[in-house]
Design a binder for this molecule. Structure first.
Ligand code: GEK
Length: 247
């Protein structure tokens, strides 16, 4: 049988580059982003599908559901497909025009049943109000560290009582051996999904100063400083984890 034709395959770092520029969510990346994140983030598909289940439980009629750093809209698509209540407004925010241009067409099915507002803006400028759910699915890691607590505080303030934040991040480990082993396992995951050693090395160099991961402890301390009453990790795959934080 002939191989199926692969479209939008991530080959951004396939060819050797003299100088690897800092990673950016530009047209080239947006074009292949779905393939890139699925082959790069262990558990990404599982995170999205369980996000639908979480939304089903915590969404309240008459509220807003925010996806901050919504990229191509995968989080909203997953939540929208599962929600029984019609009376919610999805708010998708991303500061990459290349991503948002491709986002709305992906949400046609959700838009038949729910209101959707999409904004091209910095999530640090987004007004968050009357939210039953706020999702930061692998986005906080791109915000300067010293600005993360203020953002989380505004999110907590914008949540209704009983509202939740879903925070997914690449994470670091205090123990150097565990850090080394889980980094190796992550690279093995990427290799198993067809990335070459060159692609892995060049992507790593590009993203090094752009995506700043932190430990589970650092996240939990900050969530508490931002006023969240409690939190728990509900999914972890190698060096990627997702927290549920409760107002
Ligand atoms: C998913 N949640 O598919 N303001 C707005 N958007 C931002 C900012 C900012 N300050 N910084 C980064 N972004 C998605 C995946 S990707 C994760 C999220 C990754 C946006 C950026 O443009 C990109 O679309 C997204 O956050 C991060 O479930 O690439 O590892």
């Amino acid at each position: 049988m002939p191989e199926p034709k692969q479209t939008n395959k991530d080959q951004v770092y396939a060819d050797p580059r003299g100088q690897v520029a800092a990673f950016a969510f530009d047209e080239t990346v947006a074009e292949v982003f779905d393939d890139m994140i699925r082959r790069s983030v262990p558990g990404y598909g599982m995170t999205l599908s369980l996000l639908g289940i979480i939304a089903q439980h915590y969404a309240k009629p008459g509220t807003r559901i925010y996806d901050l750093g919504c990229s191509l809209g995968a989080g909203i698509a997953s939540m929208g497909a599962k929600l029984k209540t019609q009376d919610v407004t999805f708010v998708g925010v991303d500061n990459s025009a290349a991503m948002l241009d491709r986002c709305r067409p992906n949400l046609a099915a959700v838009e038949k049943a729910h209101r959707i507002e999409l904004s091209c803006q910095d999530i640090q400028d987004t007004l968050i109000e009357n939210a039953s759910i706020v999702v930061l699915n692998f986005t906080l890691q791109f915000i300067p560290q010293e600005e993360r607590c203020a953002l989380l505080t505004r999110i907590r303030e914008g949540l209704i009582p009983g509202g939740v934040l879903v925070l997914s991040e690449k994470i670091l480990f205090d123990d150097p051996q565990i850090q080394a082993d889980l980094t190796t396992l992550h690279h093995d995951f990427k290799r198993a999904h067809g990335y070459s050693d060159l692609e892995i090395a060049q992507k790593r160099a590009a993203i090094e100063n752009v995506l700043i991961p932190e430990t589970i402890d650092a996240h939990e301390t900050r969530l508490s400083q931002a006023g969240f009453a409690r939190d728990e990790i509900w999914l972890q795959c190698f060096n990627f984890a997702s927290f549920l934080a409760f107002k």
